[in-house]
Design a protein around this ligand. Structure first.
Ligand SMILES: Cc1ncc(COP(=O)(O)O)c(C=O)c1O
Length: 354
């Protein structure tokens, strides 16, 4: 049985959160002498001398419209990375609890667990990069607090089978985090609308991918109001800067343009995949629901170095378990994709000439 109160760390349960100056008065005011800001302003045209809204109310209201979910279900972090770290800090006791990850997957779940001194249990994905449910079950004990699922998965690019995810949600009494950083590029729909059915579900999304705003750092966690309340208690008060709040709010108005861009990226992904599949040194282009392709290719590491020498940076994944001889290629602009393909063809000539 899922019991959130049992999962929250005792020190977080009893925590009296930081109370910001602006939280301590209600009503309207014109003269703010409460937060030790510089009332004279700043040398910048736009004055950034005031602390940002710690509750990010306007941004959450706009996101609530875009995502069709109540504001009380939304937590905002300084990138998904901050959401990941806070989940550990709120729900996992260092040196005692454990979490389950399914490699190959996004490495931040592991790095952040290590920082927080949480034991990592691994259930490798099957050959088709799907979950091994029977194996996951063997790893769960009373100290297992979180199962991390990444769908579409990084670096493989595929969505996890929905029924498998539902099986875990129905049977695991800890928290299930589904990282949907790449969901906008996928055919599968988000799990956000399933929150009403699963009190143990947390969905992570980000504006870093489809929305093209990696530099602004806005990660989102969607969950029950009780989980959101807990995360808010533990977060740094002003974790989302004024610039990020302002610019993200503006960007959210351009959803039509973003949807067009997503379609363009998906079309380029499929075009690049079919070019790559025709290359004799390419062993496999894994099906992708994301904005990148995982490619198994002969001499992957040498190819990586060759591309670097041509000024093209892809991700060498050949040294990580389950991705032997693989590189991960992010879909670029039309021009960048052409430069990449030209370099790959030259590499092919060089390889065949050996
Ligand atoms: C699966 C996944 N989640 C989260 C992130 C990071 O998101 P953010 O930029 O919001 O920290 C990445 C970045 O590559 C990712 O691949």
């Amino acid at each position: 049985m899922f019991d959130l109160q049992k999962l929250i760390r005792q020190n977080i349960k009893t925590l009296v959160p930081f109370s910001s100056a602006r939280d301590e008065f209600t009503g309207n005011a014109d003269v703010f002498l409460d937060a030790n800001e510089n009332s004279l302003g700043s040398p910048l045209l736009k004055w950034y001398n005031r602390y940002p809204d710690p509750h990010q109310s306007k941004l959450k209201a706009a996101l609530s419209q875009v995502k069709c979910i109540g504001e009380e279900h939304i937590f905002l972090g300084n990138g998904s990375d901050e959401c990941i770290d806070l989940l550990y800090r709120c729900f996992c006791n260092p040196s005692k609890d454990n979490i389950i990850i399914c490699p190959p997957t996004f490495t931040m779940y592991q790095v952040s667990a290590k920082i927080n001194d949480i034991t990592i249990r691994e259930s490798p994905l099957l050959e088709d990069f799907q979950l091994n449910l029977a194996h996951i079950e063997t790893l769960v004990d009373e100290n297992t607090k979180i199962i991390w699922l990444c769908s579409p998965n990084n670096p493989s690019g595929n969505c996890l089978n929905r029924m498998d995810i539902e099986t875990i949600l129905n049977n695991f009494s800890g928290l299930v985090v589904i990282d949907e950083a790449y969901i906008n590029f996928a055919k599968q729909k988000s799990f956000i609308q399933e929150l009403k059915d699963y009190p143990n579900l947390i969905v992570l999304q980000t504006l870093s991918k489809a929305w093209g705003l990696a530099g602004l750092r806005l990660g989102m966690a969607f969950a029950s109001p009780e989980i959101i309340f807990t995360l808010n208690k533990a977060k740094p008060a002003y974790n989302i800067s004024e610039t990020t709040q302002e610019l993200c709010l503006k960007a959210l108005e351009e959803i039509g343009q973003v949807n067009d861009m997503i379609q363009e990226i998906v079309a380029m992904r499929e075009a690049l995949a079919s070019v790559l599949r025709q290359m004799p040194t390419v062993e496999k282009v894994y099906p992708s629901d994301a904005n990148f392709l995982l490619v198994k290719i002969a001499k992957a590491h040498q190819l990586y170095l060759y591309l670097l020498s041509r000024g093209i940076v892809v991700r060498d994944r050949s040294n990580i378990p389950y991705c032997e001889n693989c590189i991960r290629i992010t879909i670029g602009t039309e021009k960048e994709n052409t430069i990449l393909v030209d370099a790959l063809l030259d590499w092919l000539d060089l390889s065949l000439g050996e």
